[in-house]
Design a protein. Structure first.
Length: 329
């Protein structure tokens, strides 16, 4: 076997549900003037899952596309990581079902609940696994957030979407592919900024519980924005420093698609040309952990990645958890 020095992207995939929900539908329901959502977020539309679609249904289609794109034998995949905040069930984890449905007979499988930055954590863990074990890993990030929106809470009702993105990481003998720099951070002092209050051990299910307790709430949108900008900027600077690169060396910037103003602020802080930013938020909204792999797959379809490209990925979200990765193609 060739000596494994790093990982490489072997395949990319994505899936979005068919139902396209334009801003007008949400603005009418919330009593907002036309154009209000796009002005504040950059979002024009988002996709919502059909009533009979579950999380693993979305993940399955994205994962299948990535595996076919990679062209590797399914028996060779040694690990499946599913980054999601909306699994099929609270227990068991959804990843073993996903691996089974994808016919991955020799794969371990686990869910990762890292909110919006879950894909970056999964990618970091997968990269380490590929380097040490020399075997391919499937990462899928997927969410059905339309079922966690409190329709009366404007801050979150306008943002969230459903989607899945997937990536196959395979062993590489090149030192210039895979993760070149990474910085992961957390700040639990802002733990309650974005939450689903009930359903966990702190506030278990109980008879007569207000259903709104089981929906997502954002206590302070302004604080979420400022903390996310701070986190994504700092992580990106440190990840680039670790990789020995400057913003000029970055070919494409792939931020978590939370809000156009957020990643424009990060771009400005970093001195990155905004033309390098991959944007999918206009059409697909914010699907939390799924936005970065969705954006990678769509970008590769529109203008395929070429050897030698260096990407900067960054995200921040509930917890607060955040991170940045410099990825070599």
């Amino acid at each position: 076997m060739t000596h494994v020095q790093s990982s490489r992207i072997a395949g990319l995939g994505h899936y979005v549900p068919e139902r396209r929900v334009e801003n007008a539908e949400i603005e009418a329901r919330l009593g907002l003037e036309s154009g209000w959502i796009e002005r504040r977020t950059g979002i024009r539309a988002r996709r919502w899952a059909a009533p009979d679609e579950a999380l693993t249904d979305l993940a399955l289609k994205a994962g299948d596309m990535a595996l076919k794109d990679a062209g590797i034998a399914r028996a060779d995949v040694a690990l499946t990581l599913l980054a999601t905040s909306t699994p099929d069930h609270l227990l068991p984890p959804s990843a073993p079902l996903l691996a089974h449905r994808l016919n991955l007979p020799n794969s371990g499988a686990i869910d990762l609940a890292g909110a919006c930055s879950g894909f970056l954590y999964a990618l970091t863990l997968a990269d380490g696994f590929v380097r040490t074990q020399g075997k391919p890993v499937l990462i899928v990030a997927a969410n059905i957030l339309s079922r966690r929106i409190n329709p009366e809470e404007r801050g979150s009702a306008i943002l969230f979407a459903d989607a899945a993105g997937a990536i196959v990481l395979a062993p590489s003998s090149s030192p210039s592919t895979g993760i070149l720099g990474v910085d992961l951070v957390s700040d639990g002092s802002h733990y309650d900024l974005i939450s689903i209050p009930a359903g966990g051990s702190r506030r278990p299910f109980a008879a007569g519980m207000d259903p709104k307790e089981l929906l997502m709430t954002m206590s302070n949108g302004r604080s979420v924005f400022s903390q996310a900008v701070r986190m994504m900027t700092g992580c990106s600077i440190r990840a680039m420093e670790q990789a020995g690169l400057t913003p000029e060396n970055i070919d494409r910037f792939v931020p978590h698609q939370a809000n156009v103003r957020l990643f424009e602020a990060v771009c400005e802080n970093l001195g990155l040309a905004s033309s390098k930013t991959i944007r999918t938020i206009e059409e697909f909204g914010n699907s939390s952990a799924a936005t970065i792999p969705l954006s990678l797959s769509l970008a590769n379809r529109d203008r395929p990645f070429v050897s030698g490209e260096r990407l900067l990925l960054t995200a921040a979200g509930a917890g607060l958890t955040g991170g940045s990765i410099v990825l070599g193609i």
